[in-house]
Design a protein around this ligand. Structure first.
Ligand SMILES: [Fe+2]
Ligand SMILES: [Fe+2]
Length: 184
């Protein structure tokens, strides 16, 4: 196990939860009436996905992976492009929301959810397992130190705050326990 990979997986969990909420919200008409909440959700994603998670991957994780695992060169180039695309989709969604263009907002959000789902799967299925298996421990340690410094820029309680927000916005937009409602 490598802490540098585990922390990125943990962040994927938070972003996946918020993307699931967004996917549900744009399915129905429920979001039009909750414009301010949707705006808050998108602002959160902008910061958490673009400014935090993707920036961190690009500053600390992928430069090391590129060097240690040269066979992933093409995938990593694609991953960097994906990060730029995700930012564009978030920009589109926020712009459409600003203009009260609901169909365009919903389209941009659906694209973002699809795009990020595939992106996270690529990282988790192709890149993380070999890194988790064989990245030298001293490199993992150094990367984790970089992660900690990076986290401080967002505040020491950034993880707690982000987890809290993910749960809270889910309850606010979908109602308490939405994803726990089973068939029993
Ligand atoms: Fe990524
Ligand atoms: Fe990622």
């Amino acid at each position: 196990m490598r802490i540098s990979v585990t922390l990125l997986q943990y962040e994927h969990g938070i972003l996946r939860q918020v993307l699931d909420v967004l996917a549900e919200v744009v399915k129905g008409d429920r979001a039009a009436a909750k414009r301010d909440d949707v705006k808050e959700l998108l602002d959160f994603l902008y910061e958490f996905v673009d400014r935090f998670h993707h920036a961190k991957e690009e500053e600390f994780f992928f430069p090391v992976v590129r060097e240690q695992f040269p066979r992933f060169k093409e995938e990593i180039d694609g991953i960097y492009d994906d990060h730029v695309k995700a930012r564009g989709m978030l920009d589109d969604a926020l712009k459409a929301l600003d203009e009260n263009d609901w169909p365009a907002m919903a389209d941009a959000c659906r694209s973002l959810v699809r795009h990020m789902t595939a992106h996270v799967e690529l990282e988790e299925d192709r890149i993380f397992p070999p890194v988790d298996e064989s990245l030298p421990l001293e490199m993992d340690e150094r990367m984790n130190e970089g992660y900690q410094d990076f986290l401080h820029r967002f505040g020491d309680d950034y993880y707690q705050k982000s987890e809290y927000f993910a749960n809270e916005i889910q309850d606010r937009l979908l109602g308490p326990g939405f994803f726990n409602k089973g068939i029993y």
